[in-house]
Design a protein. Structure first.
Ligand code: SAM
Length: 418
């Protein structure tokens, strides 16, 4: 979610609408930067991440009026921004995401363990990095033998190699594979610790690759000094540990994070069992998470078939001839998500949705219209706020015209009767 300046407006129940506008404004202030730099927020990049300051305000608005022990849910938790804030706030939380990478990141950023266990994380990371550095020196002395690639279970090694080749300088690939193999060894005795270490590796993967960014697949060769992979990895785990130490100083339970389709929320919680929801669903036709995370899936050995098939709103779905079908599918997917939320929410419970207008298949997708069209008498839109986003380029200007392009926060409330 960008923090670019743009006019902010609000409507609906006055005090709530002002809070929502404040949640948008917080992202653009110095205070917003402080929140974004705090606890575990800076550990891992993630496309269309909710601004942490927005998440902080929304968690307060939604969870504030609930009872102690009440459950807050984010059905599209991504990298876990709202879960980190729920943990910070001390409320019980559940996150769902269909991406196996998102689940790993969100769990690592909210890992709630004893100081001894956090120390073990730091020490293990430094130990592995030291071993990897020594192995790299040894490989150089002996004339740099060929990389011994790992063989993650369920991946065809040749196909994996083909997909990974070209994205890393040979010495970088060797150092990455070496560290990953050492993490695999940790996994055989402590899978939970290995998962958290894996997030440290994932966090630096694009930085040391030849890929321009998470969302831009342009090949852009980078010069990475020998040994830097291990150093960056250790530093990233230090950053995570510092954030976890700060979170650990606050009381509250560890959020639960489940790899699941948001439409199946009802399989995880009883009807009426959720006190509040704070979430940011995909924006129609804007990102292609399964494609963008593919390099990480291949390198880390994460299985992604289910995600590829079940991702909603993905840009690839709008490509080619079936645009009309894709728009209808998006609307029915969104309606299914909102139906699942209505069933899960307790009477009087609130759901804050952060969602932006987008272009899909060359046409404007008005996110607020699509959400409104999905509501039935169980959910009422009680307050909303928006921020104007600059329409960039000729296509955006033509498509969005006078109405403009906006980022929205929509606050829904579960009726007490229906
Ligand atoms: C806008 S992002 C959420 C970002 C998150 N708020 C954060 O701060 O990192 C939308 C998320 O929806 C997930 N997603 C897409 N289709 C899904 C589905 N059917 N069920 C659950 N998650 C899905 C994507 O993996 C992505 O993480």
């Amino acid at each position: 979610m960008p923090s670019a300046p743009g006019r902010i407006g609000n409507d609906g129940e006055r005090d709530l609408a002002r809070e929502l506008a404040g949640a948008l404004a917080d992202a653009g202030h110095g205070r917003g930067r402080d929140v974004a730099d705090s606890v575990t927020h800076p550990v891992h990049t993630y496309p269309a991440r909710m601004h942490p300051a927005t998440a902080r305000r929304l968690v307060e608005v939604v969870a504030g009026p609930t009872r102690a022990g009440a459950l807050l849910v984010d059905p599209f938790c991504g990298s876990g921004t709202t879960l980190v804030e729920a943990r910070f706030f001390g409320v019980r939380a559940l996150g769902l995401d269909l991406s196996p990478l998102a689940v790993l990141i969100a769990r690592a950023k909210t890992w709630t363990v004893s100081p001894t266990r956090r120390r073990a994380l730091r020490e293990t990371a430094h130990h592995l990095a030291g071993e990897a550095l020594a192995a790299g020196k040894q490989a150089r002395r002996s004339g740099q033998g060929p990389t011994t690639e790992r063989r993650p279970v369920g991946f065809d090694p040749n196909a994996r190699n083909r997909r990974l080749s070209g994205w890393f300088a040979p010495h970088v690939r060797r150092e990455l594979e070496d560290l990953a193999a050492r993490i695999d060894e940790v996994r055989s005795r402590d899978a939970e610790l290995a998962d958290v270490l894996t997030v440290g590796l994932s966090a630096i993967l694009i930085k040391v690759s030849n890929r321009a960014s998470d969302t831009d697949p342009t090949k852009m060769p980078r010069t990475i000094a020998r040994g830097n992979v291990a150093r960056l990895f250790a530093r990233r785990i230090d950053l995570l540990c510092a954030g976890l130490d700060d979170l650990g100083a606050r009381r509250g339970p560890q959020p639960e994070v489940v790899q699941s389709d948001a439409r199946k929320l009802g399989d995880l919680v009883p009807a009426g069992g959720v006190a509040g929801i704070v979430t940011s669903p995909p924006y129609a036709g804007t990102y292609d998470y399964a494609e963008q995370q593919r390099l990480r899936f291949d390198f880390l050995g994460l299985h992604h078939r289910e995600f590829h098939d079940g991702e909603i709103g993905a840009r690839r779905g709008f490509a080619g001839g079936g645009a009309r079908d894709a728009v209808a599918r998006w609307r029915s997917d969104l309606a299914a998500v909102i139906d699942a939320m209505a069933t899960a929410l307790a009477p009087g419970g609130r759901a804050a949705l952060v969602i932006g207008d987008s272009i899909a298949a060359g046409r404007a997708m008005w996110a607020d219209d699509d959400v409104r069209a999905s509501l039935d008498d169980r959910l009422a839109l009680v307050a909303w706020a928006w921020q104007e986003r600059p329409a960039l380029g000729a296509t955006e200007k033509r498509v969005f015209q006078d109405r403009g392009k906006r980022e929205h926060i929509l606050l829904l409330e579960r009726s007490r009767g229906a």
